[in-house]
Design a protein around this ligand. Structure first.
Ligand SMILES: *Cc1c(COP(=O)(O)O)cnc(C)c1O
Length: 499
């Protein structure tokens, strides 16, 4: 099986090449040329498998240029070496019959990005070897908080790699900053910049695409690569947990084999919900995909009307990882729904670049409305959902998960659909303790994030993740900051290259 670009389907490459390149030179994203299927027997057999075994089956379908032992080695290094605080890697908690919370935050940074970023370094280093270069890979990341830390944890001490993360000096939460500046590992660097997230992102893009920089790196045996969420190596691992959830629900007797389920996902860049769509295409009996947004509800409007319009107010919300107006992975969905029409997709995204807006055909609009249900939660609705879920079930959810639960409640009330639903829970409530405590009616003021965590522990009864409580005793390693014009200097100095 090969991979092709959503903007030029004549370009066909292997999965290893797709993972090394990240994004296609024409600006398109890589997608599989055909969708592999799981037979009913294969799905049934997964009931008795571990998470890593289920992952091996799914990866085997997509990474056909990898050997079985390469896949096994990547999967085991990521998921069975103790970096997740549960042996199952993910957990399914049933709130009430039919409503299941899929906890995806048991990894080292307590957010669902670990599910993909724990395995990406292994997929990437294997891919680099397979494509025949012996260059060292340097990962550059601009982060508004979660991605940077998850990438650092994934790449720390990964042989043949180095990672450098830039974050806006005053643009991340106290907990997120602490997570990054205390990062361990011999191949990592973290650098604050005097600017905002856009400055960091623009700076990284500039360094990435500068041919002089690429030449200088090449002389030194180094190449850049990306851990960004448009890399196929981040998407494939996310399909696994939807397949695994179905197998688990059957095994636990919650549903009968063959029963349809719905899936509800708190959405930003559209990667997580797209993975659920791929699981559906592979043969998992998934009915509706419920797309939950916060006040930045560009996707709600798009899925309802067929008009994507980013010309709107940007809100800073209590679910910051969903504060996004350009959902990159949507391009992959539209490519599939258009019957792989690369010319059409190029046109849509040219419109988006030039006018901030595009409108899809009536035919695509009809399919979207058939497959998806979309709605959003305001800030007040999000807080009320945290409180209600706690009162009803004694279960504490974070602000992102609350957006999904809130939208699921709207869906259930509006449609009366009683099919079992898997609701993706994307972060531990301990990652956003201030907003969660406030939602639970706690009006006290706390000295720092650790005091808040203690208070939340008393209320929720959930253990404080060790990864977060350990931060208290860790010494900051990366306290420097640079002007936004000095980012290249920081990269060269980290790599030991003279300018
Ligand atoms: C990244 C993130 C999301 C959004 O996921 P997408 O794949 O970008 O749609 C939701 N919740 C949390 C906690 C995240 O970190």
């Amino acid at each position: 099986m090969n991979y092709q670009s959503t903007r030029n389907k004549a370009l066909k490459i292997s999965s290893a090449e797709a993972i090394v390149s990240g994004i296609s030179k024409d600006g398109g994203l890589f997608v599989p040329t055909e969708m592999p299927k799981l037979s009913p027997e294969e799905i049934k057999a997964m009931g008795d498998m571990s998470y890593t075994e289920r992952a091996e089956v799914v990866f085997g379908k997509f990474l056909t240029d990898f050997t079985e032992s390469e896949i096994k080695s990547c999967v085991e290094s990521a998921y069975s070496h103790g970096s997740f605080d549960t042996e199952n890697v993910m957990e399914l908690k049933t709130l009430k019959p039919g409503e299941h919370i899929l906890e995806l935050w048991h990894g080292p940074t307590c957010a669902f990005k670990d599910m993909a970023l724990q395995i990406l370094p292994h997929l990437l280093t294997t891919s680099v070897k397979k494509t025949g270069t012996d260059k060292k890979v340097c990962i550059l990341v601009a982060t508004s908080g979660d991605t940077g830390k998850a990438a650092l944890e994934g790449f720390k001490d990964a042989p043949g790699t180095g990672i450098l993360v830039f974050y806006p000096e005053n643009g991340v939460s106290a907990m997120q900053k602490l997570q990054m500046i205390t990062q361990e590992g011999s191949n990592v660097g973290v650098c604050a910049i005097k600017g905002n997230f856009d400055d960091a992102q623009t700076g990284v893009k500039k360094i990435f695409t500068d041919p002089e920089v690429a030449a200088k790196l090449s002389e030194n045996g180094i190449m850049f690569s990306s851990a960004n969420s448009i890399n196929w190596g981040r998407l494939a691992p996310q399909i696994v947990y939807y397949v695994s959830s179905y197998a688990q629900l059957v095994k636990d007797g919650k549903i009968a084999f063959g029963d349809m389920i719905n899936v509800c996902v708190p959405t930003g860049n559209f990667g997580n919900i797209l993975a659920a769509y791929y699981a559906k295409l592979m043969g998992i009996p998934i009915g509706k995909l419920i797309c939950a947004s916060n006040s930045n509800n560009v996707l709600t409007d798009f899925l309802r009307t067929g008009v994507y319009d980013r010309n709107r107010k940007f809100y800073t919300t209590i679910s910051p990882s969903m504060d996004i107006l350009i959902s990159s992975n949507l391009e992959r969905l539209l490519y599939h729904l258009s019957g792989c029409d690369d010319k059409y997709i190029s046109k849509l995204y040219k419109d988006l670049a030039e006018t901030g807006r595009f409108e899809v055909s009536e035919a695509i609009k009809a399919i979207l409305q058939d497959i998806f249900y979309a709605d959003f939660c305001t800030e007040d609705e999000t807080k009320a959902t945290i409180s209600e879920t706690y009162e009803k079930y004694g279960y504490t959810i974070d602000t992102h998960t609350a957006v999904a639960v809130g939208v699921y409640n709207k869906y259930a009330a509006e449609t009366g659909d009683t099919k079992d639903c898997v609701i993706a829970s994307t972060a531990s409530p301990y990652k956003f303790p201030a907003a969660v405590l406030e939602s639970l009616g706690d009006k006290s003021s706390y000295a720092d994030e650790f005091e808040m965590a203690e208070a939340l522990n008393k209320k929720s009864g959930m253990a404080v993740p060790k990864a977060l409580s350990d931060l208290k005793s860790k010494k900051p390693r990366f306290t420097g900051s640079v002007e936004k014009t000095e980012m290249l200097g920081a990269v060269y100095s980290m790599l030991g290259i003279n300018r």
